[in-house]
Design a protein around this ligand. Structure first.
Ligand code: UDP
Ligand code: MG
Length: 321
């Protein structure tokens, strides 16, 4: 097999009715693309997905399948795919037929203009839907764009093209799959957006419910925190501690002022109690910051988020990050 220039990564979790139609479409598209490998990452499916993947991988050497021991989430699945990918360009996409394989060619064409990341924008996604369905997703993308400083209309879109050396630098921890282009941009990549096709899911069900909303907000918080303080947590906690001490001191001064100029005794107001509380909090914050910094400096951030049982059509390096 030729060295692949392109790696297409497809996480699969209980998508038995989607895999074959997707592979048939993709096979057609591959004829128009540079030499490619297709890496399916089975994220612990419990339906017939595993057998179906095994079946297609036996017939086509371009397909690699990574089977996880158990469901580890879309981020971990993407991370495993990226780790094993050999292509110079990496294109992740969903396995539920919502993304259109025909868009890959257009993403690559845009990349040729000199961008490191070309992000999909499912502009017509809400075309036939009620307006209220559109609002949360628009707000989410606006909020993410504002907070991260990476302006995209559709942060949640999975089909994107990444230069391999950029995406391989990313730590696939937590549920960061919606923020890969954000991290890439923070690492210095040029990011651009093009419109892509979107088709509603026909077979199977979405793996996420409304519960994803607060999780996305928390992941965003982590992303922002990581970007600013990952190498210096003491600055974050230390500042909290500093302000606690400052307000504790002010509270004490105010109590003292009242004591001597207004003859209000120390115990007539809660100010002294507040001082004690703020001093304690300040001490706690600074200690937490010191511990975080010490751990970081002595241990680094190596953490294994998935374990692989088997790899088809590829080398087995079963323990990775
Ligand atoms: N997926 C996965 N592991 C999970 C959840 C989802 O590999 O724990 C895959 C899923 O099979 C699909 C993609 O991630 O290919 C996106 O999931 P889904 O369609 O449920 O998300 P939605 O489109 O509703 O945002
Ligand atoms: Mg989907």
């Amino acid at each position: 097999m030729q060295k692949p220039l392109l790696s297409i990564i497809i996480p699969v979790y209980n998508e038995e009715d989607n895999i074959l139609p997707l592979w048939n479409e993709l096979k057609e598209t591959l004829t128009e693309l540079p030499p490619a490998e297709v890496i399916f990452v089975d994220d612990g499916s419990r339906d017939k997905s595993r057998e179906i993947l095994r079946g297609i991988a036996e017939k086509d050497i371009r397909i690699k399948v990574i089977f996880f021991q158990k469901n580890s989430g879309q981020t971990a699945a993407l991370g495993a795919g990226v780790h094993y990918a050999k292509g110079e360009v990496i294109v992740p996409m969903d396995s539920d037929l919502e993304n259109d394989p025909a868009d890959i060619k257009r993403l690559l064409k845009k990349m040729d203009e000199g961008f490191d990341v070309v992000s999909g924008w499912r502009r017509k996604r809400w075309a036939n839907q009620r307006f209220v369905r559109k609002i949360p997703s628009v707000i989410a993308s606006l909020m993410i764009s504002k907070i991260t400083g990476v302006p995209l209309h559709d942060h949640g879109c999975t089909i994107k093209a990444y230069k391999s050396d950029i995406i391989k630098q990313i730590d696939f921890l937590g549920e960061i799959h919606r923020f890969i282009s954000v991290y890439a941009s923070w690492y210095g990549a040029t990011v651009v957006e093009i419109e892509v096709n979107h088709r509603p899911r026909i077979h199977g069900v979405s793996k996420y419910g409304f519960g994803r909303v607060p999780k996305v907000v928390l992941d965003l918080l982590v992303a922002k925190f990581m970007m600013k303080y990952s190498t210096k947590p003491i600055h974050f906690f230390g500042m909290l501690g500093f302000f606690s001490f400052l307000f504790g001191g002010l509270s004490f001064l105010l109590a003292t002022f009242l004591r001597f100029y207004a003859h209000v005794s120390y115990i007539q107001t809660p100010l002294l109690l507040l001082t004690a509380l703020l001093f304690m909090a300040g001490l706690q914050f600074i200690s937490i910051g010191l511990i975080a910094d010490m751990i970081l400096r002595t241990r680094g951030s190596g953490y294994q988020t998935y374990r692989i049982k088997e790899v088809i059509n590829g080398e087995v390096d079963t323990v990775s990050k």
